[in-house]
Design a protein around this ligand. Structure first.
Ligand code: ATP
Length: 310
């Protein structure tokens, strides 16, 4: 049986004043996997991540990092973790390279390897162009990526990324996702976010947390369940379109768009995207989009986390 690299075991945390931030949170992350920790503001994501890093102690429960308990052997457990916090530490008077050298020292990177290691993380975080600049002058996106470079120092097997894409522009986000996919081969990655599209684009599995409890977990396909629809944009005679889609599934809706194309939402068993493409091609109908309905994960998320009084 596969052993998890990161095992979160029945965490409970009550903050002073009595707020129950976590109540029995358990999940596992395996090597080679990106797990998305998804939840609305105040759900308990940061609290979970801070407990995993050993920064906060739980009232009950434990975390094992590659089999090492964070509460019993924090130094060894922490040495296996790279943490990118939501709010980055700010050392305005240091250059990027000086800051990373300082952090490499704290993390025990041998001094003869520091330069090579900084070059490696600066390249992975694509901040080569600002390596000699003062942190004070960096934009939010660069500071964010500096935090990512910091997390990668020493090549820890487990990476914890708390809202990592929040300050990135769309180009940087795409590149960041690509780097994460490459790193996944060798690492275990926990990625927290309240942005659904981010989690959908990057993560293999999702844990949805709300008010300190896990409300759902599993592969994206599991969470999306039976009701997932395929969105199709198609052009041709309405009758021909209805006949074509009807050959794949009888359960679909059709509307005409402003530019004369039709938009259909088609339900069916399993992944019917390829069947739709084949049916449309064989009927000579034009297609410009066949994909999962964009809002599917959003709908699941809202139905699981919405409640009165928030
Ligand atoms: P966000 O997406 O807004 O960062 P989150 O899911 O990371 O939210 P947490 O920061 O873990 O949520 O907070 C969980 C709950 O605990 C919230 O209600 C928050 O207000 C509360 N909380 C967090 N830190 C403290 C603290 N130091 N003292 C008291 N309450 C706290």
């Amino acid at each position: 049986m596969r052993t998890p690299s990161l095992d979160v075991l029945s965490l409970r945390k009550v903050y002073p004043g009595g707020l129950v931030a976590l109540d029995g949170v358990s999940f596992s992350v395996y090597r080679g996997e990106i797990l998305g920790l998804l939840g609305p503001n105040g759900a308990g994501k940061t609290t979970t991540i801070r407990i995993i890093t050993g920064y906060l102690s739980p009232d009950q429960g434990d975390v094992e990092v590659e089999g090492i308990s964070v509460t019993k052997d924090p130094a060894r457990a922490k040495a296996r973790i790279g943490y990118m916090p939501e709010v980055l530490p700010f050392y305005p008077e240091l250059t990027v390279r000086e800051y990373l050298a300082f952090r490499a020292g704290i993390k025990g990177v041998p001094s003869r390897e520091v330069k090579k290691e900084i070059d490696r993380v600066v390249s992975l975080a694509f901040i080569e162009d600002v390596a000699e600049r003062l942190i004070a002058g960096l934009s939010k996106g660069y500071r964010q990526r500096l935090g990512f470079a910091d997390a990668l120092l020493g090549n820890p097997p487990v990476l914890l990324l708390d809202e990592p894409t929040i300050g990135l522009d769309p180009n940087q986000t795409v590149r960041f996702r690509q780097v994460l996919r490459e790193l996944r081969e060798e690492h275990t990655i926990l990625f927290s976010s309240h942005i659904l599209t981010e989690v959908e684009a990057v993560c293999d599995r999702v844990v949805i947390i709300d008010r300190g409890r896990i409300v759902a977990q599993g592969g994206k396909e599991d969470l999306l369940g039976e009701g997932r629809k395929v969105e199709v944009e198609i052009k041709g005679e309405e009758g021909a379109i209805r006949e074509c889609l009807g050959s794949v599934s009888l359960d679909f809706s059709l509307e005409v768009l402003k530019d004369g194309w039709y938009r259909a939402l088609v339900s069916g068993e399993g992944d019917i995207r390829n069947q739709i493409v084949r049916a449309c091609c064989s009927q000579g109908l034009d297609l410009r989009k066949v994909d999962w309905e964009r809002t599917s994960l959003e709908r699941v998320f809202l139905s699981l986390t919405q409640e009165e009084g928030r």
